[in-house]
Design a protein around this ligand. Structure first.
Ligand code: ADP
Ligand code: MN
Ligand code: MN
Ligand code: MN
Length: 349
C-alpha cells in the first residue's frame, strides 16, 4: 500500500467571484487511485461562506482527478460541493450546466502577475514604458527577470498533470500573460482550467507573487489592457455541418441571449468591455470576421470551410467561472435546431 496525498480542491461561496480552496487527505491505495476510488469528504462550510455555523458540514464530491506534479504520490482532486443530503450546494455551478463531449472549448486565460500591489516590472511609482512591445515580447525590459521562470514552470506543471494546455504568450500589458486550455465537454474543459489556475496560484507562492485575474486591474482611466477569458467553442454540428443559414440562426440566438451571457461572463466586465483595447461594448452583440472589436470573432478558417469550425466569444473576462461560461454558450447553442428546416417542417406536418 502507498499513502497518497489527495488535494481536494473546490470553489468557495464568495460572491461574485469564488475563490479556490483546498486541503489534503492522506489515503493508502495499492496503486494510483481512479476517480471512483476517491472517497467523499467534508469541510467547514461556515469558513467559506457555504454554511451557517450551527450546521456547517458540507460535502466534497470528487469529479475529476489529476496527478499532482509538485508532490510525491500526490493527486489533485477537483470536487463539487454538496449539501448534507447529497444535492448540489447553491455555489456549485458545475452541477447544473449542460454538457456534451462533442462540444469543444478553448479558453484563453489572461492574467497579471502582481507583487506589492502592482504588476511585475512596474516601477514603485507611476508606470513603465507604454504598451507596444510587451505582447509576445522578449528581453528584460519587456518581461523582467522572474515572469519567464513562472510561466515556463506553469506549462510543465499543467502538462505533467495531464491538462491540455496548448500554449502561452506574454500579453499586451507589462506583467500580463496568457495560457490556453483546450477541453472536450463543458465540464471537462472547465475542470482543467480551474486546475490550471490552481497550479499557477500555488506555484506563485514560491516567488512571493500573486495572480491577479481582475478584468481591468489598472483601471479605466489608464491606457492599459484588461484581462479576458476568450472562449473558443465548437459543437459537432458546427464542425461537420455548419453552413451560413445555421450560423445566422446561431448568432440570432446569441443576440437574443446577450444579457444572460454577460451575466455569467465575469464581474466588473463593464470596466473592460468598453469598445476600446480590442473589446466590444458590453451592451451590444456584434460579430465579424477576424474582428477583435466584436463580441464574437469569426476566424478566417470558419468562412473558408463553408461556415464550419469554431467561433471565439471575446466577452468573458479573466475572473469568470468557466463552468458558467461554457454552460451558457452550450445552453444557447442548444436552442438552435440542427436539422434542415425542410425536415423540421415535414416532422411537424
Ligand atoms: P487568439 O488568436 O485569439 O489569441 P489563441 O491561439 O490564443 O487565439 O487561442 C485559440 C484557442 O482556440 C485555443 O485555446 C484552441 O484550443 C481553441 N480551438 C482551436 N480549435 C478549436 C475548436 N475546433 N473548438 C474549440 N476551440 C478550439
Ligand atoms: Mn490568445
Ligand atoms: Mn490574449
Ligand atoms: Mn483570443
Amino acid at each position: 500500500m502507498t499513502k497518497y496525498k489527495l488535494e481536494y480542491i473546490w470553489l468557495d461561496g464568495y460572491e461574485p467571484v469564488p475563490n479556490l480552496r483546498s486541503k489534503t487527505k492522506v489515503v493508502a491505495f495499492a496503486g494510483t487511485p481512479a476517480l471512483d476510488d476517491l472517497p467523499i469528504w467534508n469541510f467547514d462550510g461556515s469558513s467559506t461562506r457555504q454554511a451557517e455555523g450551527h450546521d456547517s458540514d458540507r460535502l466534497l464530491q470528487p469529479v475529476a482527478v489529476f496527478p499532482d506534479p509538485a508532490r510525491t504520490n500526490g493527486m489533485l482532486v477537483m470536487c463539487e460541493v454538496l449539501l448534507p443530503d447529497g444535492t448540489p450546494h447553491p455555489s456549485n455551478t458545475r452541477a447544473t450546466i449542460p454538457d456534451d463531449p462533442d462540444a469543444w472549448f478553448g479558453f484563453e486565460q489572461e492574467y497579471f502577475l502582481y507583487r506589492d500591489g502592482a504588476p511585475l516590472g512596474f516601477p514603485r511609482e507611476g508606470f513603465p514604458a507604454p504598451q507596444g512591445e510587451y505582447y509576445t515580447g522578449v528581453g528584460y525590459k519587456n518581461v523582467g527577470d522572474v515572469a519567464r521562470a513562472i510561466v515556463n514552470a506553469h506549462v510543465d506543471l499543467c502538462l505533467e498533470a495531464g491538462i491540455d494546455l496548448e500554449g502561452i504568450n506574454a500579453e499586451v500589458a507589462k506583467g500580463q500573460w496568457e495560457f490556453q486550455i483546450f477541453g472536450k465537454g463543458s465540464k471537462r474543459a472547465a475542470d482543467e482550467l480551474w486546475i490550471a489556475r490552481y497550479l499557477l496560484l500555488r506555484l506563485c507562492e514560491e516567488y512571493g507573487v500573486d495572480v491577479n485575474f481582475h478584468p481591468k486591474p489598472l483601471g479605466l482611466e489608464h491606457d492599459w489592457n484588461g484581462s479576458g477569458l476568450h472562449t473558443n467553442f465548437s459543437t459537432l454540428h458546427m464542425r461537420e455541418t455548419g453552413g451560413e443559414e445555421y450560423f445566422d440562426e446561431l448568432m440570432a440566438a446569441f443576440d437574443d441571449a446577450k444579457d444572460e451571457h454577460i451575466a455569467v461572463y465575469g464581474a466588473d466586465n463593464h470596466l473592460r468591455l468598453t469598445g476600446l483595447h480590442e473589446t466590444a461594448a458590453i451592451d451590444e452583440f456584434t460579430y465579424g470576421v477576424a474582428n477583435r472589436g466584436a463580441s464574437i470573432r469569426i476566424p478566417h478558417s470558419f468562412i473558408a470551410c463553408g461556415h464550419r469550425g469554431y467561433l471565439e466569444d471575446r466577452r468573458p473576462n479573466a475572473l469568470a467561472d468557466p463552468y458558467q461560461v461554457a454552460g451558457r454558450i452550450l445552453q444557447t447553442i442548444l436552442t438552435v435546431h440542427t436539422e434542415p428546416v425542410e425536415l423540421l417542417e415535414e416532422a411537424a406536418a
